[in-house]
Design a protein around this ligand. Structure first.
Ligand code: HEC
Ligand code: HEC
Length: 315
């Protein structure tokens, strides 16, 4: 994916970086961060410059997202303490539901998809009536928070440990730190491949069952209800208890189309014990078919034609 900031990074490498510079893919210029000069000033979100889309996105965020995800996107809004799972901390850079490889940032489209469809079985609601442009803008802002999260610690370490002022860091070190981090953040973000789905016949389901018994039972349990031997000790990256999905409900957090389930298997859920599954695309389709075969048979019929699930194939 050609992310705007990578294009920016390329421009910077070519020596085009100035106090303010053009973003090739955006409609405005992005100002270089500036320190206010206050004593003991540290690098904070106010210094992180936003382009026009991200600035519009921040407004959308402050209207619709801040109550759960918090003022700075740390997942600590006023409603957060009542929720399980907790709202995502965007600055952590950990996104569960992606089409990008394991451990990576999500594609912009993945974030837009979560906003459009919500995450079933969590407080993350869908925003089906939000105009596409607003979804795009707020998704850009979410990713800007994740980028800031990568930078913040490193910049403040220089201030705290090396005794530099913020202005000195910005003048002397910032460009290198920025370019390194943006490369790290975006260089491996691309949609994982997905070969065409074979038919969901009995043979495929049987092959999937054998793979499931070898790789998934310890957590998801012999009957797929999420009660495997290891299931009682699982924690996410914040040490919160996390329970393997119960496949007999037919409800998946990020969509129950075969394509959605395939992506969850191929890419894993960052920050949780749910690993990325290795194997050929055919193996993953077989596993997907087995898991879907555990869902109540009427679940397909209950998909409303306008729901995101019904649109899974079009993603
Ligand atoms: C009522 C609370 C609530 C509101 C409002 C809310 N969210 Fe969430 N959001 C959550 C929770 C809870 C999760 C974590 C779900 C999980 O871990 O499975 C989440 C997760 C997410 C994720 C992470 C997806 C991933 O792959 O890990 C994104 C992106 C997101 N929300 C974006 C937004 C945006 C953008 C808005 C505003 C337009 C918003 N949320 C509003 C509660 C909320
Ligand atoms: C180490 C334990 C562990 C193993 C092994 C494991 N899972 Fe999971 N899995 C989890 C946990 C925990 C979750 C729930 C994560 C969450 O909700 O944040 C999960 C969630 C899922 C989901 C739900 C995605 C969604 O959108 O709701 C699917 C599908 C899944 N696992 C399939 C599999 C398959 C297939 C295998 C074997 C190839 C497997 N898992 C192996 C722990 C595991």
């Amino acid at each position: 994916m050609q992310h705007p900031r990578i294009a920016w990074a390329a421009a910077a490498t070519l020596g085009l970086l100035a106090a303010s510079f053009a973003l090739p893919n955006a409609d405005t210029t992005r100002a270089f961060p500036r320190a206010s000069g206050a004593d003991g000033e540290r690098f904070s979100l106010e210094h992180w410059t936003l382009d026009a889309s991200e600035t519009r996105g921040r407004k959308v965020y402050e209207t619709w997202c801040i109550g759960c995800h918090g003022e700075q996107g740390l997942g600590d809004g006023p409603s957060a303490e009542w929720l399980d799972p907790r709202p995502r901390n965007f600055q952590s850079g950990r996104f569960k539901f992606r089409s990008s490889p394991s451990g990576e940032f999500p594609l912009l489209d993945d974030v837009v998809h979560v906003i459009s469809c919500g995450l079933n079985g969590s407080a993350m609601r869908s925003f089906p009536l939000m105009p596409e442009k607003e979804k795009h803008d707020v998704a850009r802002y979410v990713l800007a928070l994740a980028e800031f999260g990568m930078m913040e610690g490193e910049v403040n370490e220089l201030i705290d440990d090396d005794g530099m002022s913020l202005q000195e860091v910005l003048d002397e070190e910032y460009e290198d730190i920025f370019l390194d981090n943006m490369e790290l953040a975006w260089e491996d973000v691309w949609p994982v491949g997905m070969e065409q789905r074979p038919e969901m016949d009995e043979d495929s389901v049987e092959r999937g069952k054998a793979l499931y018994e070898a790789q998934c039972v310890a957590c998801h349990g012999a009957t797929g209800v999420g009660d495997g031997d290891s299931s009682f000790h699982l924690r996410d990256w914040k040490d919160a208890v996390v329970v393997p999905r119960d496949f007999t409900t037919g409800v998946f957090r990020a969509g129950s189309s075969a394509q959605d389930v395939f992506l969850r298997l191929r890419t894993g859920l960052n920050g949780t014990p749910m690993p990325a599954v290795s194997g050929s695309d055919d193996d993953l389709w077989d596993l997907t078919h087995y898991i879907l075969s555990l869902a109540p048979s009427e679940s397909d019929k209950s998909v409303h034609p306008m729901s995101c699930d019904a649109h899974g194939a079009a993603r």
